[in-house]
Design a protein around this ligand. Structure first.
Ligand SMILES: [Zn+2]
Length: 300
């Protein structure tokens, strides 16, 4: 057994023996299908799904931001959470060494290489928050806790960014030329489009070709569950959780990391289906709110 096998084994131990990720995925798929069937009486779910997943790149957002403003907002955002994050971010953005721009944002924990986006809209800020989190949480290498939870860290960071943006003052909004109503709509669209991407992962967990592929999809499924619940918490609580989460992931302390969410997703919990049901209802509320915002705009 080489070192990589040992790392994989430990990661799969968490996924299989703590979560039983295959049954979690099965249950989640069933709950999503039921929910879609109920909805189909009123709205066409296929059309909605198509709208959100047909785009090759990430779902476009309407709030325009030039890259300098994006960097400035990201600096201030990270600074509210942890000064180490800001310092690392500033250092990397200063010479932009090992950073490329494209349609496939990613961060490599080992090489520290980054691919970011330059769409000129709010997506770039979400990309920075997401991809830099993959580097904040890998200070001590890519250990098994991180291999299970890094997407949870990154997606929760996106939800923390939602709260940060919604708390911007009128002065700040004016400075960056951000319209508050369009911002609210963008935030909802970001959450909904991410959910549809994650659904694809959940469906493919049962059709995996190898364990590595299954583990990646399971990581996305867990990210969706933990971060949706996280999104309902107040901003100050979210900040604490993110700080402690990234700290515990860096220390490879799995139990402490997941306990922060106060959401028992272990296979021993017989009520896991309630948690999953809440997640999908939460996303549906986001969708209804988005429709309301759109309708209000038309009425105006
Ligand atoms: Zn990611």
């Amino acid at each position: 057994m080489n070192n990589n096998d040992i790392i994989n084994k430990k990661r799969d131990d968490i996924l299989e023996f703590y979560y039983d990720d295959l049954s979690l995925a099965n249950n989640f798929s069933a709950i999503i299908s039921n929910f879609y069937n109920e909805l189909n009486n009123n709205i066409n779910v296929n059309n909605i799904t198509q709208e959100y997943i047909s785009k090759k790149e990430m779902y476009p957002l309407k709030t325009k931001l030039n890259f300098n403003d994006t960097i400035e907002i990201a600096t201030n955002f990270f600074n509210e959470i942890n000064v180490d994050f800001t310092n690392y971010f500033k250092m990397r953005m200063h010479d932009q060494n090992n950073i490329t721009f494209g349609d496939n944002p990613k961060a490599n924990a080992d090489t520290r290489k980054l691919e970011l986006t330059k769409y000129g809209d709010l997506r770039d800020l979400y990309t920075i928050s997401h991809e830099f989190t993959h580097l904040f949480d890998s200070k001590n290498n890519n250990l098994e806790t991180r291999r299970v939870l890094t997407e949870t860290c990154a997606q929760s960071m996106e939800r923390l960014l939602d709260s940060y943006l919604l708390n911007l003052t009128d002065e700040q909004l004016l400075k960056y030329n951000i319209d508050k109503k369009i911002l609210q709509e963008d935030i909802l669209n970001r959450r909904i489009s991410t959910f549809f991407k994650r659904i694809n992962s959940i469906y493919s967990i049962n059709n995996y070709r190898n364990f590595n592929e299954k583990a990646i999809d399971s990581g996305y499924m867990l990210a969706q569950i933990y971060s949706t619940n996280f999104s309902t918490l107040p901003y100050s609580q979210q900040k604490d959780i993110i700080n402690n989460l990234i700290h515990n992931v860096n220390c490879n302390n799995f139990e402490n990391a997941v306990n922060l969410f106060k959401l028992d997703l272990s296979k021993n919990n017989n009520n896991r289906n309630n948690i999953l049901q809440n997640i999908i209802e939460n996303i549906y509320n986001d969708y209804e709110l988005k429709i309301q915002l759109e309708e209000n705009k038309i009425l105006k």
